[in-house]
Design a protein around this ligand. Structure first.
Ligand code: BT5
Length: 324
């Protein structure tokens, strides 16, 4: 099967700008036209973009772009985030690898990235859909000299950096849903998962997992998330270079991270609130201890969500899913 696909790819390479008819491809590959069509569908799933013209046939207009260290390193402007990149084509979860590398002493700013995750994770053991080549699936290892209770603030720092990078690269205007979702037109395009290696009073490593839907078309999403998810391509109509977006995220995150370490959360808080989706709105926060209903007032200087209940009491929410 892969041999056959290789022959098809070679034929397309030789054909250059010419279209190849289904029959011609079938002759080259020595299979039926239906089989050719199936292989083209497979190649599409791998990230190839085809142009199909009636009576003429097919042509490849774009090959999948991998996010290898070379691609990401070329033109990278950050000082430490992304300076060490661990790339794999396919992994269970980049978080898992990052945890291992962090234990083995990976330096501050190390990034683990993969073109596909087979069991990408969300919070609370939920799964994260991470198909081949169409998104950014990465984990960033940072080693701030901070107590563990400040870690949630770094999720918010990261969210601001990702929003700014998406704005810069695509011109879209994403919004943040507390604490870790980045939405465009109300649909989730990015999720952030922050995990720690720490003892009672110090963080050894913080592992920030970032999943961004980049080049999926809206039909590509599985049914369970089709109505709640979107990608940068689906929202903007343009394919986005994953490597360029990663570079932009590294530069923005580095800047905000240093601001945060030197000046505290206050400046980040202002930025975060300027991108926040739900401030001033009625929301329901689903926590493990039950629902809290009321108006989202903002976040505290610690990054904790404040909700004004109908009875006038202001509740602080440390961890929850927000429903609008
Ligand atoms: C998150 O969890 O949003 C954090 C996702 C972090 C993923 C990154 S990818 C790199 C790194 N390696 C990993 O293994 N993980 C990190 P949470 O707030 O729990 O949201 C999970 C929920 O989002 C799921 O239950 C689905 O409803 C939905 N979902 C799953 N995949 C999605 C996708 N690709 N796009 C939008 N929504 C998705």
């Amino acid at each position: 099967q892969t041999e056959l696909r290789k022959r098809l790819i070679e034929a397309f390479t030789e054909a250059g700008d010419e279209y190849l008819s289904g029959q011609h491809l079938a002759d080259i590959a020595g299979c039926s036209r239906t089989a050719v069509w199936k292989h083209i569908e497979e190649l599409r799933k791998e990230g190839f973009v085809f142009e199909a013209v009636k009576k003429k046939g097919y042509k490849i207009v774009k090959a999948p772009e991998k996010v290898t260290p070379d691609e990401i390193g070329f033109g990278l402007k950050s000082e430490f985030i992304g300076r060490h990149i661990h790339y794999e084509e396919k992994v269970e979860s980049t978080q898992k690898i990052a945890h291992r590398l962090a234990t083995e002493g990976a330096v501050n700013g190390t990034v683990v990235v993969a073109d596909e995750q087979t069991s990408g994770r969300g919070r609370m053991d939920r799964s994260w859909h991470s198909p081949k080549f169409s998104g950014i699936w990465m984990s960033i290892i940072l080693r701030p000299n901070l107590p563990p209770h400040q870690a949630p603030q770094l999720t918010l720092v990261t969210a601001v950096a990702v929003v700014q990078a998406i704005e810069e690269v695509t011109g879209l205007n994403p919004q943040i849903k507390w604490p870790n979702d980045i939405l465009i037109d109300g649909r989730k395009t990015t999720g952030i998962l922050t995990e720690l290696q720490a003892d009672a009073d110090r963080i050894h490593a913080i592992i920030i997992g970032i999943g961004i839907n980049v080049n999926q078309s809206q039909e590509d999403f599985p049914e369970e998330i089709a109505r709640i998810a979107t990608s940068l391509l689906a929202a903007s109509g343009k394919t986005v270079s994953r490597a360029s977006l990663m570079q932009e995220i590294f530069v923005r995150l580095e800047k905000l991270y240093l601001t945060y370490l030197n000046h505290g959360f206050q400046p980040i808080k202002l930025l975060w609130e300027s991108y926040a989706l739900s401030l001033g709105k009625e929301i329901i926060a689903r926590t493990v201890a039950g629902d809290i209903k009321g108006k989202a007032l903002g976040i505290t200087d610690e990054g904790v969500l404040k909700i004004l209940q109908e009875d006038g009491e202001v509740r602080h929410v440390y961890s929850a899913d927000i429903h609008l």
